[in-house]
Design a protein. Structure first.
Length: 398
């Protein structure tokens, strides 16, 4: 494998990925806080009026809470648009869920029923397609009760032209992306991560060749649990689910180039840890790893392994990577924001350990960004372009 460098991308691609969405604007939380201050001023001036005092303090509290929530969102970048807000509300109780469904325009996470007959059937997997900007997005349900995974809605982004008869013999490389933990989910890479828009921008600029991107559901039906993509003793076997159930299902359903050289695995934060750990365990399945906001130690999440020391050692890359033997070469990009110095240090440590084992590793840093979805979204174009560089080294089967 030829060593790869940090891709140089057109400004229109990188600017689009770094831009704030309409619901991320700091003007929103500033407006709520300003309104709260104004209400408080009115309450103080009319303090002797009981009704004004009661309702005014309630309004002040609500506005201040909304200001705090929107300020956090402006920093983290989780809710960009009304569709993102709909997705978040649909995770809530009945009333919030109903409001979320009303707000959901279906563009980034389609919910229309149907199937893609050109893809071919996959046992036990249903698909719900949607189309936007020439892309086709399927929701492929792959349950694996044998490995403790009761359900899994995996979002498959197909490139423009995939269903065109002229491309009927063409096969595509695949990038698998994993969401963060806890309370993450497979829709995150379509919404907060802006994967569909990023793919379109890269393809319009002729930076990458068409590829399939799969946002994998690694929640095991319980998004509040910090699973870290592990094979949990006595629990869901998520590593096995991804490598041995989801990947074969996608290869069976779609026209993929079904080899390690044309298969990449990535993720952000907890999903980045999972991608690193699973990728190192399965170098026969994945030739490229794309890690945003990396860490290489379970830290506070170690409890999910219930004190099983052998499992902890086997799932801590910081321990096993320095002496690991590679049966096949891998190429890894680690993406960080310079505003998160721990991420920078971790990325450099992982890259150094990989290079000492003779593997290709590149660190990409976004100046001023932190350990947030802003960083994952801003670095995704580089991660996908890096994967494309590796895919091109081995000619795809047509």
């Amino acid at each position: 494998m030829i060593p790869q460098a940090d891709p140089v991308l057109p400004p229109e691609v990188t600017a689009g990925a770094r831009d704030l969405g309409p619901l991320e604007s700091p003007l929103i939380w500033l407006a709520f806080v300003s309104a709260a201050v104004a209400v408080l001023a009115v309450v103080i001036s009319l303090w002797r009026t009981r009704r004004v005092r009661r309702w005014g303090l309630s309004a002040f509290g609500v506005l201040l809470l909304l200001g705090a929530i929107t300020a956090v969102n402006s920093y983290v970048g989780y809710v960009r648009t009304s569709d993102d807000l709909a997705r978040l509300l649909q995770k809530g109780p009945t009333m919030a869920n109903a409001i979320g469904k009303i707000l959901d325009d279906g563009k980034e996470a389609p919910d229309a029923s149907g199937d893609d007959s050109s893809a071919g059937p996959a046992p036990g997997a249903g698909a719900k397609p949607g189309t936007t900007g020439g892309q086709k997005v399927d929701v492929v349900s792959v349950a694996d009760p044998a490995h403790g995974v009761p359900s899994g809605d995996n979002y498959v982004i197909l490139p423009p032209g995939y269903t065109d008869p002229v491309n009927a013999a063409h096969r595509y490389p695949v990038v698998y992306l994993i969401h963060g933990y806890p309370f993450g989910g497979p829709r995150d890479w379509l919404a907060s991560g802006s994967a569909p828009d990023t793919l379109q921008a890269l393809q319009r600029a002729n930076v990458i060749e068409p590829m399939i991107v799969v946002s994998v559901d690694m929640t095991a039906g319980n998004p509040s649990q910090d699973w870290e993509c592990l094979d949990v003793p006595g629990g869901p076997q998520l590593e096995t689910y991804l490598a041995k159930t989801v990947v074969p299902a996608i290869d069976h359903r779609y026209r993929t180039v079904a080899d390690r050289a044309h298969r990449a695995l990535g993720g952000m934060s907890g999903g980045g840890f999972g991608a690193l750990n699973i990728g190192l365990h399965h170098t026969d399945e994945f030739g490229t790893l794309l890690i945003a906001l990396p860490y290489d130690d379970l830290n506070d999440s170690v409890g999910v392994l219930n004190g099983n020391q052998s499992a902890i050692a086997a799932n801590t890359p910081r321990r096993y990577l320095p002496t690991m033997k590679f049966s096949a070469p891998i190429s890894v990009m680690l993406a960080v924001g310079t505003g998160a110095p721990t991420d920078v240090t971790t990325a450099r440590r992982i890259a150094d350990a990989l290079r000492k084992r003779g593997q290709d590793a590149v660190v990409h840093a976004e100046r001023g960004f932190n350990h947030t979805w802003h960083t994952a979204r801003a670095t995704l174009p580089y991660l996908l372009a890096f994967a494309d560089q590796n895919f091109r080294q081995s000619p795809a089967t047509s």
